[in-house]
Design a protein around this ligand. Structure first.
Ligand code: TRP
Length: 370
């Protein structure tokens, strides 16, 4: 299958080193990790394990931070379905950054984008916007330092800035970046301007000039590739970016998890039984055909979904290494690794689902009020 990585299609077996070259981003090196650790005092497992693996302008932002100039964080959610574990990994890392650097986070809900790109009604998208906001809140962001922007609701402050961005991006660059043709709707042509606005909106609102750091899945990089120069022309700083790989789908190592394929993903609203069923039934195995063969020859950690997913859920490096070693040697069978994973995920979901029940009450604190 052809490899595709853009905001609207992720397909095939992705070679991340190749993407680094194609997109013109930098690889996160041990030296960069050390610079982060010097400030934060510890290094997040997702950084150590190469889940967040690339960046733009990150060193500059860290230098400024050390001089006492804080940045703000910006990330977002396209609300068109239930939240799955793939979304959550980026946001959990964002939360860690918010805590360790003690900075503000601006969180954009792109209801306009999803309405324009998906075959869904405006009302359905509004319902998902609401539901998704509750999940983001339940992850435990600090309401005092987190501001939600909902594109259609905050249009009054966003639109004047969006047209300034839009005026400096041509139809031909959008067309080639996204592969648009004459039959794409005109709203989707404009949309990149809306995703660019939070890069500098906080500075406009507060009359400041702080740098912006965007944690994102690398499929989202295109929007900012198109608009980083534009932002600078408008008198703002180019945003820094830190890129993550995709969490592989349950069903195997290609593409990314997707809300439109429920078997490929675990949703935050899935019950314990559902998690167990999906993992046992669909998680692609790197094991052998029989338990006997597995004991004798061992399994392949690299392609085994349960092993790979544990990178996101087993915080202890030692425990993870031991599981991998035992799996490679055939001491652990695929079903046993799945069992460990199911327990980890269900523990996480139990806490999440509990917090989600009280999230509604907190919602007004998160929505930005000018
Ligand atoms: N377009 C993203 C999506 O479909 C949502 C989004 C908006 C976003 N702004 C962002 C994601 C900034 C990462 C960073 O999910």
């Amino acid at each position: 299958m052809n490899v595709k990585v853009n905001p609207y299609e992720v397909e095939g077996k992705i070679d991340y080193d190749k993407l680094i070259k194609e997109f013109g981003v930098n690889k996160i090196t041990p030296e960069v990790l050390e610079e982060i650790e010097n400030i934060t005092g510890e290094i997040h497992p997702y950084l150590k394990r190469g889940i967040f693996f690339a960046y733009r302008d990150l060193k500059k932002v860290l230098e400024e931070y050390k001089k006492g100039n804080k940045f703000f964080l910006y990330t977002g959610c396209g609300p068109s379905g239930p939240i799955h574990l793939g979304h959550v990994s980026t946001w959990l890392f964002t939360k860690w950054l918010q805590e360790k650097f003690d900075v503000e986070l601006w969180f954009q809900f792109t209801d306009d984008e999803k309405f324009l790109y998906k075959n869904m009604s405006y009302d359905e998208i509004q319902k998902w916007t609401h539901e998704n906001m509750l999940d983001v809140i339940a992850l435990g962001f600090d309401p005092k330092k987190t501001h939600f922007l909902v594109d259609t609701k905050h249009a009054g402050i966003m639109y004047p800035e969006a047209i300034k961005v839009a005026k400096k991006i041509t139809f031909s660059s959008i067309k080639s970046a996204f592969g648009f043709t004459d039959s794409n709707n005109i709203g989707s042509i404009f949309y990149t301007a809306m995703q660019t606005v939070p890069v500098f909106l906080p500075n406009v609102l507060k009359n400041e000039n702080k740098p912006c750091l965007i944690p994102l899945g690398i499929d989202q990089d295109v929007h900012f590739r198109l608009s980083r120069d534009v932002v600078e022309k408008l008198g703002h700083q180019k945003p820094a970016i830190i890129h993550s790989k995709f969490m592989i789908p349950l069903t195997g190592p290609e593409g990314k998890m997707s809300s439109s394929n429920p078997d490929s993903a675990i949703f935050l609203t899935d019950s314990h039984e559902e998690v167990k069923r999906k993992i046992n039934k669909y998680a692609f195995s790197g094991g052998r055909d029989t338990a006997e063969e597995q004991r004798k020859y061992g399994g392949n950690v690299e392609i085994d979904v349960a092993c790979q997913w544990l990178k996101y859920f087993e915080e202890s490096d030692k425990k993870l290494e031991k599981i991998y070693e035992d799996y490679r040697k055939g001491k652990l069978l695929s079903g046993e690794v799945k069992k460990i994973l199911i327990e980890k995920i269900n523990l996480f979901l139990a806490l999440h689902q509990k917090r989600r029940k009280t999230a509604e009450k907190l919602l007004p604190k998160f929505i930005y009020k000018s």
